[in-house]
Design a protein around this ligand. Structure first.
Ligand code: ADP
Length: 901
């Protein structure tokens, strides 16, 4: 027994789409077979049936009606599957035997742009990553096929975090990676975003026999370097492979430089809650939530991008700020503008549908009504002065030709489908008009026929009707049969209490009407496709105008939000300082009672106030304050006004945060490990122009370990000339406040609290000087810990304080000891590890140990060094070493180990 012909066809097709669920079209259903059927029935809760397939066992099968396919596809895509749509590709009437079928589209998370599936306010990115192992370079290409934006970049791979940062900036739904990427990196990528990752061989990134990129981008292709070419090629290939058509809206390449934007790593994006809150990963409670009052979906997506990608070019930031200022100062102008933007629909996504060939007439009407608003917007912008608004004025195309075309051609209330006619206006096309007339005349003839026949027969209830099977007929009820003149009608159909008749003339007229209708539908479709193509030819102009509207919406929105929330225009300086007066956290001030937020000043520079140590009890407002400084800086660099009474910002190249502690269980790292990994990343990558927030560094380990690490991190940041980044350092370790005056650049601040009858009131005010009480027990009491526990804690605290060397910790002698030892540690272990003499080190090591134990401190530098040594061993990639290098490594490891035992 062999396979049935249909199953044979199924297997031949399935062979090429092994990684997809194959939707195999059979009549009005998409059927799935074998493993696909099992997966789909499980994921979509469909009944699993079977079908004879010519094999011994029936093929497992399940199906869905084709007209309801979209929602099922959406569900499979969300669960990370790809779906291949296999259709009949020839007319069943014209073939004998089995109809030819083929896959017409592959739907994947990055390419599925159905309105019901994608979010208006977010881009739907798909990315490709190429890594050139030999030269340690990589390139990235990213596109959103619903808007046609295509970006690419390349750079030297200093660390994996560069790639991960770009991924977290775009949060693509799907990533195509080259097989040259290391497993470790792939794991990190999968951990960074919940994207579908597809690995492709190196040839996918290289061979270009058909000059795919020439066809896609024409001369724009010349912008690509050999490296960006590879990532771009793979991405375009993948889109062609899945969409099976070339998308005309993807025709311009934007080459960007990673260094043109502020670097913000994934942790920082999350910690600062830029586009989503930490708890629920939703927009509410994020900076975007406060700032996004845009009028259009295009503006909303654009603003998200601005927040994800703050600028570092001073002129560009200034241009945005000046644009915002002009609209901020002219409320009337901005109100008018916002009103005009109100009814503009998502032109970018309509263009996406046009090039994807799935636009309908309703979409074109929406496009027309959006274009109609442009002249008004242009006239509002006419007399503006700022450079940016002038630029927008100039690049807004009124698109009058496209408007006229659509106005003349597409009827005002067209149906959703484009294959059933009624979409083209009268007067646009002569043939359509003629056919319509023929149809109308025929229909008129038929309605006159009804009246005529009633008169001739005298049967008042006689009626002329129509159905799809029998066409037009004359219906006469049984009671009136006797009145029918002999031979006048031909009987066609008998119903329970009526008969249906036809006449020769009726059938002739029917043919005319139906012929005209059929022709009309097909000609209307052709004319529609022609209109669509004519609009598509102007896609560049439409795209530019859509982008301008998106930008304009953002600037106008920032002016509006600034006015609503009482923000001011920040100044920019080149002197390396940030000075904020009466700064507020834009999100926190929005979620607490109006007027309750306590504003605070900030001054931080590269010299005497480079690292601010902020002490104060839990819940006092330290994290809020630190985040506020970072967010105000970031807001300024997207071109937004800021929540403060005055603000002067020196442009920041990177923001880093080490805030909060959470176990990275999936990544296999403990809380402390995550903390140290983040700190290490900051110390390696921050520059003099970076802004660093460190919250409770060292908290994840024992007190003295933690204190020593915090201490030495502070020293490293302040003394390393390549670093000296502006740092806000919140800590519980009050001992650290003694570093002010000892380490240049360190300055103490604390959050004020007021003691009242065994309790405390948070004043939320940041003042110069360190706090010396932690008020932990008072905070615990405020949190509702039972009184017995609180009282007992106080007793224990008293005993501990009496017995501990805590007070000693604050004495200068111990500080000196620690300072000396920390710098000695730095010399011998951190900086000069390779050259240090083993013996001398042993002596120093012993002395250091003794000193600390004498001083009551068990600062175990040995264990820190051991940890770092073990990490070094663990990080060694043996396969990348040649035998000589391996011998040398081993020799060094033994030498190092001897130092540590
Ligand atoms: P800490 O980091 O010191 O533990 P947080 O910064 O988390 O404290 O602040 C705790 C809470 O205090 C915040 O959730 C916020 O509601 C409130 N808060 C913080 N700063 C202010 C402020 N400046 N004005 C008003 N309320 C504030």
């Amino acid at each position: 027994m062999g396979l049935t012909p249909m199953m044979k066809q199924y297997f031949e097709i399935k062979e090429n789409y092994k990684d997809c669920i194959l939707f195999f079209r059979l009549g009005d259903f998409y059927e799935m077979f074998f493993e696909d059927a099992e997966i789909a029935s499980r994921e979509l809760e469909l009944v699993l049936t079977g079908r004879d397939c010519g094999l011994e066992n029936r093929a497992p099968m399940c199906g869905i009606p084709f007209h309801a396919a979209n929602s099922y596809i959406g569900r499979l895509i969300s669960k990370g599957y790809k779906v291949a749509i296999c259709e009949q590709v020839e007319d069943p009437k014209s073939v004998k035997g089995i109809v030819k079928r083929d896959v017409i589209k592959i739907i994947t998370p990055g390419t599925y742009i159905d309105d019901s599936f994608i979010d208006d306010s977010k881009n739907n990115y798909i990315m490709s990553i190429y890594l050139d192992e030999e030269n340690n370079n990589f390139s990235i290409a990213v596109t959103d096929i619903s808007t046609g934006e295509f970006l690419t970049t390349e750079t030297f791979l200093t660390s994996y975090s560069l790639i991960l940062d770009e991924i977290s900036k775009f949060t693509p739904k799907e990533i195509i990676i080259c097989e040259t990427l290391k497993e470790e990196l792939i794991r990190d990528i999968k951990f960074t975003v919940p994207a579908l990752v597809t690995k492709k061989g190196i040839t996918y990134f290289k061979n270009d026999e058909n000059s795919i990129l020439d066809m896609q981008f024409k001369e724009d292709k010349d912008k690509l370097t050999p490296l960006t070419y590879k990532a771009s090629l793979a991405l375009v290939k993948y889109i062609l492979d899945t969409q099976k058509i070339s998308l005309s809206n993807i025709n311009k390449i934007t080459v960007y430089n990673i260094k043109d934007y502020m670097t913000i790593d994934l942790n920082t994006r999350r910690n600062l809650e830029l586009t989503e809150n930490l708890r629920e990963n939703t927009k509410k409670g994020s900076l975007l939530w406060v700032l996004d009052k845009t009028k259009t979906s295009m503006g909303s997506r654009n603003l998200r991008r601005w927040i994800e990608e703050p600028l570092i070019n001073k002129e560009k930031i200034q241009e945005r700020l000046d644009g915002v200022y002009e609209l901020f100062s002219n409320i009337y102008l901005n109100d008018n503008l916002r009103e005009a933007l109100d009814d503009i629909y998502d032109i970018e996504r309509i263009l996406g549908k046009i090039s994807n060939k799935n636009v309908n007439a309703k979409d074109l009407i929406v496009l027309k009504s959006s274009i109609e608003k442009i002249p008004n917007i242009k006239s509002i912008l006419k007399d503006t002065n700022s450079k940016l608004l002038n630029e927008y004025y100039n690049s807004l195309d009124e698109l009058r030709d496209i408007y006229s075309l659509l106005e003349e051609s597409i009827s005002n209330e067209p149906p959703l489908t484009i294959k059933d006619g009624d979409i083209i206006k009268d007067g646009f096309n002569e043939i359509i008009d003629e056919l319509r007339e023929a149809k109308t005349n025929g229909k008129n003839w038929i309605s006159t026929l009804e009246a005529n026949e009633r008169e001739v027969t005298g049967i008042k209830s006689l009626k002329v009707g129509y159905n799809k099977v029998f066409g037009y007929y004359i219906e006469i009820s049984k009671a009136n049969f006797n009145l029918i003149p002999e031979g006048r009608y031909i009987r066609k159909q008998t119903l329970s209490n009526a008969e249906r008749y036809i006449t020769q003339e009726l059938k002739e007229m029917e043919e005319k009407i139906l012929g005209a209708s059929e022709k009309l539908v097909s000609i209307e479709y052709d004319v529609f496709v022609d209109i669509r193509n004519r609009v598509e030819e102007q896609i560049d102009r439409l795209k530019l105008t859509a982008k301008t509207i998106a930008n304009l919406d953002c600037i106008s929105n920032l002016a509006y939000v600034a006015l609503e929330n009482g923000y001011i225009k920040p100044n920019l300086n080149d002197k390396g300082f940030i000075e904020i007066k009466d700064g507020r956290h834009p999100v926190v001030e929005n979620v607490i009672e109006k007027g309750e937020f306590v504003s605070n000043d900030t001054f931080i520079n590269r010299d005497d106030e480079q690292l601010l140590i902020i002490t104060g009890p839990n819940m006092a407002g330290k994290s809020t304050y630190m985040r506020q400084v970072a967010i105000i800086t970031l807001m300024c660099q997207i071109g937004s006004f800021v929540p403060a009474s005055s603000c002067n910002i020196s442009i920041v190249d990177k923001i880093f945060t080490r805030i909060g502690a959470s176990d990275d269980l999936a990544g296999g790292k403990s809380t402390f490990m995550v903390e140290m990994w983040e700190v290490s990343n900051i110390l390696k990558n921050a520059t003099r122009n970076s802004l660093v927030l460190l919250d409770e560094v060292g908290r994840g380990t024992s007190t003295y370990d933690g204190l020593s690490i915090a201490w030495s991190v502070i020293e490293y940041i302040c003394s390393n000339n390549d670093l000296k980044c502006k740092t806000l350092f919140a800590t519980h370790y009050h001992e650290l406040t003694s570093l002010e005056g000892k380490i240049s650049g360190v300055k103490n601040y604390s959050v004020q609290v007021k003691e009242v009858e065994n309790s405390i009131i948070f004043l939320r005010k940041i003042v110069a000087g360190g706090a010396d009480e932690s008020y932990g027990i008072e905070v615990a009491k405020l949190a509702g810990i039972p009184n017995v526990v609180i009282d007992r804690a106080k007793e224990i605290l008293k005993t501990l304080e009496a017995n501990s060397p805590k007070n000693n910790l604050k004495t200068d002698i111990i500080e000196d000891k620690i300072s000396k030892e920390v710098s000695c540690e730095k010399d011998s272990i951190l900086y000069d590890k390779q050259q240090s003499d083993v013996k001398e080190h042993e002596i120093k090591h012993k002395k250091r140990k003794d000193n600390f134990i004498d001083g009551g401190l068990q600062l175990d530098f040995n264990s820190i060094a051991k940890d770092s040594f073990l990490n070094e061993i663990a990080d060694t990639d043996v396969l990348s070493l040649n035998p000589m290098e391996a011998m040398n490594k081993l020799y060094n490891f033994i030498k190092e180990a001897k130092k540590l035992i």
